[in-house]
Every structure is written in structure tokens, then in C-alpha cells.
Design a binder for this molecule. Sequence first.
Ligand SMILES: CCCNc1ncnc2c1ncn2[C@@H]1O[C@H](/C=C/CNC(=O)c2cc(-c3ccc(F)cc3)cc(O)c2O)[C@H](C)[C@H]1O
Ligand SMILES: [Mg+2]
Length: 214
Amino acid sequence: TRSTRPQRLLKAVQKHATRGDPQSVISAIDHFCRHSEWAMNIGDEKGSILDSVVSEVNPEKVLELGTYCGYSTVRIARLLPPGARLITLEFNADYAAIARQVIIWAGLEDKVQLVEGASEDWIPRMKEHFGIETFDFVFLDHWKDRYLPDTKLMEDCGLLRKGTVLLADNVICPGVPDYLAYVRNSLSYKSCYFKSHLEYTKAEDGLEKSVFLG
Ligand SMILES: CCCNc1ncnc2c1ncn2[C@@H]1O[C@H](/C=C/CNC(=O)c2cc(-c3ccc(F)cc3)cc(O)c2O)[C@H](C)[C@H]1O
Ligand SMILES: [Mg+2]
């Protein structure tokens, strides 16, 4: 049967990127998505904003909601200091399998724990299963109608501390209106918008950075 787009994306990484070189993996995926087949990776333009926020936070403990093919996983993990850990949740087994290979090709498997499962099942288990007290940085890029419920779940599970940074993709396109209204109106967050473009296109999109105030 015909291969899937994520399978073709992985093939492009294995063909054009250098094993152990995260930047070449990022470039191979961006080239594939620009010149072969569009895919919903954060991309290079919004990815540079992600890079700058990760570098500013310099997190020890990172949570990513929605791994997909592992593009943003590689972008984040390549910037983490030694000993820092990224847990990424992906509930689709096929995507998880592709992402695992992309992360290994980048040589970042020691910094990344890819958990195959749903955010709502795993967020409540972060403490007892992974020994995580709180996260320093959370990247939200899964189903858009899940950003808000999962943020409230992280609050309720005590996984956010004073200063935890949430960074949300796609706040314009496809859009996350309920999440945006919440973080922008809640007294528990200081929120700001980074205007950019939908990956590999000229359409507007952007990232919302929200600092939990405790
Ligand atoms: C209920 C389970 C919740 N818990 C979950 N737990 C674990 N994993 C989860 C959960 N919910 C989802 N996932 C996984 O995360 C991924 C999902 C990613 C979703 N991303 C988009 O939909 C999007 C669309 C566009 C776009 C823009 C314009 C267009 F024209 C077309 C597309 C652009 C973008 O940048 C986008 O990120 C992956 C596919 C999916 O298996
Ligand atoms: Mg996205």
C-alpha cells in the first residue's frame, strides 16, 4: 500500500540529514515540507521564535503535547542543557513510531522521552510515573480543542510553578479561541503574542507565550 506522508518525511530525513546532526534533520524536514509535501510541523519561521523562547527559559523539565513527526521535539531538545529532559506525548502509534526514528536520527534520544498515549491520561501521572514535580516549559501543539482542558488539568495536577512558560502554536491558524481568551484574561498568566506565519505559507499565524504566575 502507498506510504504515508510521515513515512515519506522520515525517508527524506534519512536520505538528506546527517545522523547525530539535529540542524540537518530540521533543514531536511523544512526542505521536504517546502518543496515536496506540506506537513503541519511548526516550521522554520515560527521555529526560530520557539528556539528563542526555549533559549531564554533554558528549561530543565520540558513537556510537549503532540509530537507528530518530532520536528519541534528536535528543535527543543537540541537546545537543552546536559541533564535536561523533554517528555513528549503522542497518542497515535504510527506518528510515535516515525517521531522515534526522527529523534534517533538527530541523536537526541538521551534527552527525549516519547510517551505513546493521550495527554489527559498521562498529565495526571507525571509525578508518580516520571518523578516530575513541575515543568519549566510546556509546548502545546496537539488538537486545538485540547489546549484549554489540558492547561487546566496541568494546573489542577500542580505541574505548573511560578514562572512556568507555556508556548502555544497555531493561536491564529487553525486558532485556539477558548485557550487564548483564558490565558489572556486569567490573573494567573502573563501572556503575549508572537506574530508570524503558518508554516511554509504566507498565511498569518502566531505563538502565544504565557507565564504562569502561581
Ligand atoms: C483527545 C486527545 C488529546 N490528547 C492528545 N494526546 C497526545 N497526542 C495528541 C493528543 N491530541 C492530538 N495528539 C497528537 O498531536 C498531533 C496533533 C496535532 C494537531 N495540529 C494541527 O491540527 C495543526 C494544523 C495546522 C493546519 C493549519 C492550516 C491548515 F489549512 C491545515 C492544518 C497547522 C498546525 O501547526 C497544527 O499543529 C498528532 C497529529 C496527534 O496524534
Ligand atoms: Mg502546530
